[in-house]
Design a protein around this ligand. Structure first.
Ligand SMILES: Cc1cc2nc3c(=O)[nH]c(=O)nc-3n(C[C@H](O)[C@H](O)[C@H](O)COP(=O)(O)O)c2cc1C
Length: 402
């Protein structure tokens, strides 16, 4: 009788019910169910199905771990500037003028004596090996195949000598200031000895904190370590000095004088990247630098600075044609390029877009993405009634910035 009570008692039944409940809610059981009943019909689109630069992004995303994707995609803090870079294109309308055929359009231009079939360059960006095993070399091959010059990041994920050996297209190098002048000279001379035809000095004072990455910590990613001094190893996770104020100490020390000091080391053109005010643009002209890149680092530096497209016209006016004004941050479409050139830019640099191409399909993806943007650009120029870049002026756009 005791045994019978034990087998049929309420307590046992309750225990079994609880166990069943646990099993039903368990991810183990969930894993047995197919969450995608139409999986036989799912497939990744191929390279020849890519229609716009945007099409490459989800494939790139699917090809890489979240932490690496987020390193590329994130902006700083609330990502206001990241969003605004794209939103700004909605505030510039194109003026359509019928009567021009796309094949009558010539998109060629010249920059510091370098001939470009289209006013596009690859912006410098680090960690390209996250995207594809060929990394920066793959980017360089794809860019060269599309006739696009590449600005190789000073912190490229493949040594510059190796990148240089993989293609023969025009190439510049980007340089992050180094406090020691001798080390600065060595690095700049190394870039030039390896074929850099111009040096881009990144001057935007990055004060970034990437909250996306910090959240990723919970998903297996590594939050970016910020350390106090390049020469002293700091235990993982530790911060000191200016890092406590969320300021990257490698980026907040330099002055205009430093740029003057390194100028003699640079044999060809020196461009300053990260200019977003007319006053700073004028300083660059007055100090004799050869060009500027209007950039907010793709929303990766100080959050809440305006979109580069918004500040471009006033910077172009301040420079008054004395040096070329390049621009980047948020460019994804041929019509985006039309807007920037109409507002006075000499050329546009692309950061994330060709990275999506590399991450999705390797060098062929970079080439295809660039060709799509070139074709879009030509088509949009034709619709704006412009057959040359010179003809593409402010009459081609109507700006309605808030
Ligand atoms: C993943 C990544 C890494 C970057 N690394 C660098 C760098 O090392 N040096 C630099 O001057 N800019 C760097 N940038 C900024 C780009 O040169 C460029 O200013 C920015 O990407 C333009 O915005 P877009 O990505 O919206 O086109 C990086 C950008 C990304 C997305």
């Amino acid at each position: 009788m005791i045994e019978d009570r034990w087998r049929h008692g309420l307590t046992r039944r309750e225990a079994l019910l609880s166990l069943a409940g646990i099993l039903a809610g368990s991810p183990l059981l969930g894993a047995q169910l197919d969450p995608r009943p139409f999986k036989d019909h799912r497939r990744s689109p191929g390279l020849d199905e890519m229609l716009t630069a945007f099409d490459f992004e989800p494939i790139c995303y699917a090809n890489m771990p979240l932490a690496q994707y987020d390193y590329m995609a994130h902006g700083s803090d609330s990502e206001f500037t990241l969003r605004r870079n794209r939103q700004a294109f909605d505030w510039v309308e194109l003026v359509e003028r019928p009567g021009t055929r796309p094949d009558a359009v010539n998109t060629a231009t010249e920059l510091f004596g370098m001939k470009l079939p289209c006013p596009i360059l690859i912006a410098p960006s680090t960690r390209q090996r996250d995207l594809h095993p060929d990394g920066d070399s793959g980017m360089y091959q794809g860019a060269t195949a599309a006739g696009t010059p590449m600005i190789v990041a000073g912190g490229s994920s493949i040594p510059l000598e190796k990148i240089a050996a993989t293609a023969n297209g025009p190439r510049w190098s980007q340089f992050y200031p180094i406090q020691n002048l001798g080390a600065s000279r060595d690095q700049i001379e190394f870039f030039q000895a390896n074929g850099a035809k111009a040096i881009v000095v990144t001057a935007d004072q990055q004060t970034s904190r990437y909250e996306r990455d910090l959240h990723d910590r919970h998903l297996g990613g590594n939050p970016r370590a910020v350390v106090g001094d390049d020469s002293v190893p700091v235990p993982p996770g530790a911060t000191r000095g200016p890092a406590r104020y969320r300021v990257n100490p490698r980026r907040m020390w330099y002055t205009w004088k430093y740029l003057d000091d390194i100028r003699p080391f640079i044999k060809g053109p020196m461009l300053v990247k990260g200019i977003i005010t007319p006053d700073d643009a004028k300083i660059c002209v007055e100090r004799g630098y050869d060009g500027i890149i209007v950039s907010n680092h793709g929303g990766r530096t100080l959050d809440y600075v305006p979109a580069t497209l918004e500040v471009l016209p006033e910077i172009v006016d301040a420079v008054a044609g004395r040096i070329p004004v390049l621009v980047d941050s948020g460019f994804r479409r041929g019509s985006d390029l039309v807007k920037a050139i109409a507002l006075g830019a000499s050329a546009v640099c692309l950061g994330r877009a060709p990275r999506w191409g590399l991450g999705a399909f390797g060098p062929a993806g970079v080439q295809r993405l660039l060709e799509i943007m070139q074709t879009e650009f030509r088509g949009a120029m034709a619709k704006a009634g412009c057959t040359t870049l010179k003809a593409l002026d402010r009459t081609a756009v109507r700006t309605r910035f808030p």
